[in-house]
Design a protein around this ligand. Structure first.
Ligand code: HEC
Ligand code: HEC
Length: 344
């Protein structure tokens, strides 16, 4: 080989090497946080992004969510709320196989499969990936003045929920920092997105042009909900109610035990006051069934759609279930289960 051809071979070899480096996709795995992929593609960083994975802060944030956190100087009076903890109303795990699925039937099936609660609030898993909160009809409950600042600002949404939904107080700056660390730790992971092999390759491709990056960002965002819709419904009109005669008993049992008894249980403080869930099941079922025809607080048809208000002397209240969190057919499933149990 003469000198020239050696140089040419070297150039070709170099080119092949660079080309192979270029086509080698970035190695993401199922646990890769979605926000890190978006940011690598040049997407804007959300204002609630914390950027570190400080284990101590994550733990403190988790404690706030699970227990209301008497962690601050160990003083119990610093608890976020004396009446509720976040997990009374929100799960912290995924509620569907993929993050674009918000159908109540699939959420209920998923809850049954993974032995999870079925709750009136949206899961906090993936909440940092969303861009709007307290959507739809929640404005009717909390008012425009409170909801407007929370709709596009996660910190404000957390403050609103801690003070109003949770009947407590706002978080301090330190607590917010920990809360956000925890919520960032439970953000969506790549496994939560329903991506085909080709779509995965598109996202992981190295050296994307500006257009390709924009398309990848759009693709990723199409695979999860950027906000959970919320539709408040009126109770099913008396004449149209099945009054427990028709419905899926297995679903009804799950809703009763993993949604209603999540709060109405002998382990919870509200049991002192509410009229069922004290553990005297037969009495509870008979009492609930006796109100099916009514449109008042005793009726499962009515109370699930209207909830109750927090009062000065009774701060604990019952949240409204939107249609997305409990469908009309699921209310019928619940009634069917209650009726069967009331007759045993
Ligand atoms: C008594 C019930 C209840 C408690 C307790 C509660 N929440 Fe909520 N929260 C709700 C409901 C209902 C909504 C309405 C929107 C939704 O989640 O779908 C909501 C909404 C939110 C949202 C906006 C969700 C969205 O996607 O729109 C955040 C964030 C939130 N809560 C955080 C918290 C935190 C943090 C705590 C604990 C400090 C807490 N919540 C305690 C019931 C509750
Ligand atoms: C986040 C907690 C929570 C969940 C979940 C919940 N409730 Fe309640 N519920 C309450 C509280 C608190 C009260 C009492 C409010 C009051 O006394 O003003 C209440 C009151 C009621 C009442 C009025 C009678 C009574 O006992 O005071 C009925 C009926 C009722 N709930 C049914 C249900 C059913 C059915 C479900 C499930 C679909 C359910 N609740 C889920 C918290 C909850």
């Amino acid at each position: 080989m003469n000198r020239i051809s050696i140089i040419i071979v070297a150039i070709i070899a170099c080119g092949a090497l660079t080309a192979s480096m270029l086509v080698q996709p970035i190695s993401y795995d199922g646990q890769t946080p979605v926000s890190s992929i978006l940011m690598a593609l040049g997407d804007a960083t959300p204002s609630h992004y914390v950027g570190t994975q400080d284990a101590e802060k994550i733990e403190k944030g988790k404690d706030l969510v699970m227990t209301g956190g008497p962690w601050m100087d160990g003083k119990v009076e610093y608890r976020l709320s004396d009446h509720f903890v976040c997990i009374d109303c929100h799960n912290i795990q995924p509620e569907a196989p993929f993050a674009d699925d918000n159908d109540p039937d699939s959420r209920l099936q998923y809850a049954k499969e993974f032995n999870q609660a079925y709750l009136p609030g949206s899961t906090l898993y993936g909440i940092t990936n969303r861009t709007s909160w307290f959507n739809g009809d929640h404005e009717k409950k909390y008012g425009k003045e409170l909801v407007d600042p929370a709709r596009h600002d996660l910190k404000n949404a957390i403050q609103l929920c801690s003070k109003e939904c949770s009947v407590g107080r706002e978080l301090t700056d330190d607590e917010m920092e920990s809360m956000l660390h925890f919520l960032n730790a439970i953000e969506l992971k790549l496994k939560d997105l329903n991506l085909s092999g080709d779509e995965m390759a598109q996202i992981a491709k190295v050296g994307q042009s500006a257009e390709e990056k924009a398309a990848s960002i759009k693709l990723i965002k199409s695979k999860y909900l950027d906000g959970y819709p919320a539709t408040f419904a009126e109770e099913i009109p008396t004449k149209e109610r099945k009054m427990g005669k028709e419905g899926n008993l297995e679903n009804g049992k799950w809703i009763y035990e993993k949604s209603c008894l999540h709060c109405h249980s002998p382990q919870k403080t509200i049991t002192d006051r509410t009229l069922f869930g004290s553990g005297k099941d037969q009495k509870d079922f008979k009492w609930l069934a006796s109100y099916f025809k009514k449109s008042n607080g005793g009726s499962v048809y009515w109370i699930t759609r209207h909830g109750t208000a927090s009062k000065e002397h009774i701060p604990q209240y019952m949240p409204i279930y939107s249609q997305e969190k409990l469908s009309n057919s699921q209310v019928e499933d619940l009634a069917a289960y209650i009726l069967v149990e009331s007759k045993k």
